[in-house]
Design a protein around this ligand. Structure first.
Ligand SMILES: Nc1ncnc2c1ncn2[C@@H]1O[C@H](COP(=O)(O)OP(=O)(O)OP(=O)(O)O)[C@@H](O)[C@H]1O
Ligand code: NI
Length: 341
């Protein structure tokens, strides 16, 4: 399988109240093109930080070390600190990236240790102290070569957050906000973009897409809002879809529907999926591979069946054990739990 991106020695530190929080420590991870990879771990383990780092959406208060290589001729770093050619290669594992040797289409994304000033996050000022929030357009520095471009959240990377209200504009119609993504990134006319938005609402199976086009987010249910957020996230045809706890705020049935929808869209569009969740059972329903995070470290990574059936780490075992009913038909267990006495 071809790697979409390689993460090498990625370390992310946040500054908070004068002290530093190390959110990720020396992460090494490859993401294959077209795979469905889940990132799991308890709260604060660094899952969202990884997702934001990949999308180039970390707040300016963060510092990044290590590198992210996109193995695509189209892409450049979303947060490299200088053109790769003038930066020293500080990563001891750099040579392990087979396809990033000279002449390869790989592009180095982040090299060295530096304050993340170049990545101007839309989260800055909007959601201080949080990693979840709305992704809207953000300023970017220009690519150094015309032939390659910076992988951009919203265009090349679709991002779906836990709270769809955070990513949807409350005073803009559903149709217009999806159309705006298509217009901005695909260069469509408004008319074409609205037609695309209408098609996308059908694809995400929103009931009555025609009236939904002129609806405002508050007129929709949580699950419907999340469908709209997903439509907006895939509107520009991203290569990578990142869903960060995208179903965590929804009830079990809607959660299953959204997971099924994500699976279908990812397969139809040939997208790579990064599914961030604290729920190992949900992750195992969707992902082919699971990476387990704890205290900012990647403790275990393997095929879903291996992680679920023969976890190597006690921590993974504990996550599995903590999930009620995983070993004993979870859906039946949940249904019995929900049935009124
Ligand atoms: N903007 C920020 N400023 C300061 N510290 C932060 C910021 N965002 C995250 N952190 C800290 O970094 C660590 C990792 O947080 P992160 O949000 O990546 O974890 P997570 O696994 O996504 O957790 P959750 O499941 O609660 O979403 C935590 O200690 C968190 O408090
Ligand atoms: Ni998170």
């Amino acid at each position: 399988m071809t790697a979409l991106l390689s993460i090498r020695d990625l370390t992310v530190t946040y500054r908070r109240d004068g002290s530093e929080v190390v959110a990720l420590k020396n992460i090494n991870l490859d993401i294959a093109a077209g795979e469905r990879l889940a990132i799991i771990g308890e709260s604060g383990s660094g899952k969202s930080t990884l997702a934001l780092a990949i999308a180039g959406l970390l707040p300016a208060s963060s510092r990044i070390g290590g590198l992210i290589d996109w193995h695509s001729p189209e892409f450049q770093s979303p947060h490299s600190f200088a053109p790769p050619s003038v930066l020293p290669d500080i990563s001891p594992t750099r040579r392990e990236i087979g396809s990033s040797t000279a002449g390869s289409p790989s592009t180095t994304l982040a090299i060295g240790e530096g304050r993340n000033d170049s990545a101007i996050s839309p989260l800055v000022g909007e959601m201080p102290g949080r990693t979840e929030g709305g992704v809207k357009e953000r300023e970017r520095f220009e690519p150094t070569a015309k032939s390659s471009r910076i992988p951009l959240a919203g265009r090349d990377i679709g991002f779906v957050f836990q709270d769809p209200s955070g990513s949807l504009n409350p005073v803009m119609t559903v149709g217009k906000q999806i159309a705006e993504v298509a217009r901005t990134h695909l260069g469509l006319t408004w008319q074409q973009a609205y037609a695309k938005a209408r098609t996308l609402l059908e694809r995400v199976r929103l009931p009555d897409p025609d009236s939904a086009m002129s609806a405002f987010p508050h007129q929709l249910s949580g699950g419907q809002k999340q469908r709209v957020a997903i439509a907006a996230a895939i509107a520009a045809g991203p290569k990578l879809l990142i869903a960060d706890e995208a179903t965590s705020a929804l009830d079990t049935i809607v959660q299953a529907e959204i997971v099924a929808l994500i699976r279908q869209l990812v397969s139809e569009d040939g997208m790579t999926l990064l599914f961030v969740s604290h729920d190992i059972a949900l992750a195992s329903e969707l992902a082919e591979r699971i990476a387990v995070f704890r205290h900012g470290e990647l403790v275990e990574c393997g095929a879903t069946v291996q992680i679920v059936e023969v976890p190597r780490q006690p921590y993974t075992r504990a996550l599995l054990d903590a999930h009620i009913g995983l070993d004993a038909e979870p859906l039946l267990g949940r249904r019995a739990f929900e049935t009124p006495a």
